[in-house]
Design a protein around this ligand. Structure first.
Ligand code: ADP
Length: 349
């Protein structure tokens, strides 16, 4: 049976033609109840005494719910000429100082691994850190932090429901992976994914954070654009391998953040899997994916280069074990530390 949350999600796709706002954000939807036997009651409140769109909005709302659940019995009460009380906003983000998106042009370049290790490193530097895993195509932060079995629970604050995040190594973590099955991402389309992510971001009880890192879905689709537009991002970190095919997508990604109307500064580029040094020949460097491709791309795009991270077996092994390598004091850790220093310098000055 369809839930109240699902109904609200669906109704976020219905806009009032005059204001252009969806009826949830615009405060038109005042009440949703799912009663015994699945009967759904909606109350829609229109400010004008005779709103010419009231009926069509109600019809579209009904049809949208029925499209999701054919058997749904939807009753809609329309009230007009009333000032709708402003819906109360969730304020889970209010004490978060810097939201930083970690993005990549394509999947598999190590974006999630970089996000987890940067989070660990920032925490080591004494900052309060959270990670939001927004990668709907392959959420991997629960595994990277060894909290796959975490079941989020709700906590009420001022009468609103919030989600308590997982916590690992002092880092707060919430992931779309806690809520969706493996196959679900495939059927998710723009607005639905965006709404779910927005909800996840705003309704999480992050508390006070210096940095919230967002593990973005790879690429530059609607969902990515919407996150970039809707969250006040302090900046974006772009992860790429040196490979030409990877760097081409990265340029598009950088343009997305810097586009007019979005205006998120690109803090810089991280070159992951920059080279390979076998444990038995630590002084040898093999440039498997080409040499310095991401660095060159950053230079020609006029964006800072934040650092390189080699391809190292221990990085992958530690990721698989749920203990990001930056937790220990290894040779590898210094690569992430260096990148963090640059990020902090840019954001905290
Ligand atoms: P993305 O988030 O871009 O899809 P992941 O972070 O999931 O990429 O990384 C893809 C794979 O590459 C994972 O198996 C991960 O452990 C591995 N990996 C990432 N960075 C490195 C690295 N520097 N050295 C070795 N393996 C890495």
């Amino acid at each position: 049976m369809i839930t109240r949350e699902e109904i609200v999600n669906i109704l976020q796709g219905i806009t009032h033609p005059e204001s252009g706002k969806n009826i949830v954000e615009g405060g038109i939807l005042q009440e949703v109840t799912v009663g015994e036997g699945g009967k759904i009651h909606l109350t829609l409140v229109f400010r004008r005494r005779r709103d010419p769109f009231a009926k069509s909005v109600a019809t579209r709302a009904k049809l949208a719910i029925e499209a999701a659940e054919a058997e749904a019995q939807v009753e809609i009460l329309i009230r007009e000429g009333e000032e709708a009380p402003k819906p109360r906003q969730h304020e889970g983000m209010k004490d978060v100082k810097n939201i930083v998106a970690v993005a990549s042009g394509k999947g598999g370049v190590g974006k999630s691994t970089v996000t987890a290790n940067l989070a660990v490193e920032l925490h080591k530097m004494g900052y309060k850190v959270g990670v939001l895993d927004a990668d709907i195509y392959g959420p991997s932060q629960p595994k990277l932090f060894g909290v796959e079995d975490f079941e989020p629970w709700a906590e009420q604050v001022d009468g609103l429901d919030y989600i308590a995040p997982a916590e690992s190594e002092g880092i707060k973590i919430n992931s779309i992976g806690f809520y969706i099955g493996r196959e679900d991402a495939l059927v998710w389309r723009g607005p639905m994914a965006t709404n779910a992510l927005k909800q996840l971001i705003n309704q999480t009880l992050w508390g006070e954070l210096d940095f919230l890192l967002i593990d973005m879905p790879p690429g530059t689709g609607d969902v990515q654009i919407s996150i970039a537009e809707n969250l006040s991002l302090a900046g974006a970190v772009i992860v790429s391998t040196p490979q030409k095919v990877a760097t081409a997508d990265v340029v598009r990604g950088m343009k997305m953040f810097e586009a007019e109307g979005i205006g998120v500064p690109v803090l810089g580029v991280v070159e992951n899997m920059a080279f390979f040094s076998p444990a038995e020949l630590p002084d040898h460097r093999y440039y498997i994916f080409g040499r310095g491709g991401a660095r060159q791309m950053a230079e020609s795009a006029g964006v800072d280069f934040l650092g390189e991270i080699p391809l190292i077996q221990a990085i992958a092994e530690n990721s698989d074990a749920g203990t990001p390598i930056a937790l220990g004091s290894s040779e590898e850790e210094k690569y992430y530390a260096e990148i963090c220093r640059k990020i902090v310098e840019k954001l905290m000055k």
